[in-house]
Design a protein around this ligand. Structure first.
Ligand SMILES: NC(=O)CC[C@H](N)C(=O)O
Length: 224
C-alpha cells in the first residue's frame, strides 16, 4: 500500500504524519507539493495533515482548497483512492466540498490543545476496521476552528448512513461541535476527515498508541 502526504505552506503536522505512515507501513510516503496537478494512480492513500495552511486566512482551509493539488486529490478520490484529512486537513476537505458541513470557531473562542476521549461510532469503514464499535480512544486535539456544524437534513443523512465515524466521548467535546461530531466520512466511504490527531498517539514514546489502528486500517496492515 502506497501513501502520499500533501505539503502546503503553513502545514506543520506533515512531519508527524510522514513519521506515522513510515512507521506503520514500513515505507516512506510520497510527498506532494501544492502545485502538483497529478497524484500517481499507484497511491492508495492520500493524507492531508494538520497545521495552518496559508496562515488560516479567509477561513481555515479555504485557500488550500483552491490550490491546483486539490483538483488532483479530487480526481484521485473519484477513482476510489482513500483520502484522510486530519485537523487542517479536515478543514481543507470541507472547504473543497469533498465532505459536508463546516468547521466554525471553537465555542470557547480559544485555541484548544489537550487530550480528549474519542468514541469509534462506525468501525466498519476502511479507516476504522482495526477498532470496535463503541471503543473509546485517547487522542489529542489542537485547533481553534473545530466546531463542526451541518444543517438538520445533512446531520440526519450523516447519522442514518453511518457517516459520523468519530464522536467526542461524553463530556470531552472541546469545541462545541454539533452531535459531538469529531470525524465524518463521505457517502462512498473513501474520504475521512477528523479534528483529533491520531498520528500523535502511535507508540509508547507518545504515551500511548490508540491512534495506530486508524493507520493500520487505512494502510491495510492490521495484525492478524
Ligand atoms: N492542528 C491543526 O491542524 C490546526 C487547524 C487549524 N489551523 C485550527 O487551528 O483550527
Amino acid at each position: 500500500m502506497k501513501s502520499a502526504v500533501l505539503q502546503l505552506p503553513g502545514l506543520n503536522r506533515d512531519r508527524d504524519m510522514i513519521a506515522a505512515l513510515t512507521k506503520i507501513s514500513g515505507k516512506a510516503p510520497l510527498t506532494v507539493w501544492q502545485t502538483e496537478t497529478e497524484i500517481p494512480e499507484s497511491v492508495d492513500l492520500i493524507v492531508i495533515p494538520g497545521g495552518f495552511s496559508y496562515g488560516d486566512y479567509l477561513r481555515c482551509g479555504a485557500i488550500a482548497a483552491r490550490m491546483p493539488v486539490m483538483q488532483a486529490v479530487k480526481a484521485a478520490a473519484e477513482r476510489g483512492t482513500k483520502v484522510l484529512g486530519v485537523c487542517n486537513g479536515f478543514q481543507i476537505l470541507v472547504e473543497a466540498g469533498m465532505l459536508p458541513g463546516a468547521l466554525m470557531r471553537n465555542a470557547s473562542l480559544k485555541f484548544v490543545c489537550k487530550e480528549i476521549k474519542l468514541e469509534v461510532v462506525n468501525a466498519e469503514t476502511d479507516f476504522t476496521r482495526a477498532y470496535s464499535k463503541g471503543q473509546i480512544l485517547r487522542c489529542p486535539v489542537a485547533h481553534h476552528d473545530g466546531n463542526y456544524f451541518a444543517d438538520d437534513k445533512t446531520l440526519k443523512r450523516l447519522e442514518d448512513n453511518g457517516q459520523v465515524v468519530f464522536r467526542y466521548a461524553e463530556g470531552t467535546n472541546p469545541n462545541g461541535s454539533i452531535h459531538d461530531i469529531a470525524g465524518v466520512i463521505n457517502a462512498r466511504g473513501n474520504v475521512l476527515g477528523m479534528m483529533p490527531h491520531p498520528e500523535n498517539l502511535i507508540e509508547a514514546a507518545h504515551g500511548g498508541s490508540d491512534g495506530r489502528g486508524l493507520f493500520a486500517s487505512a494502510l491495510d496492515v492490521i495484525a492478524a
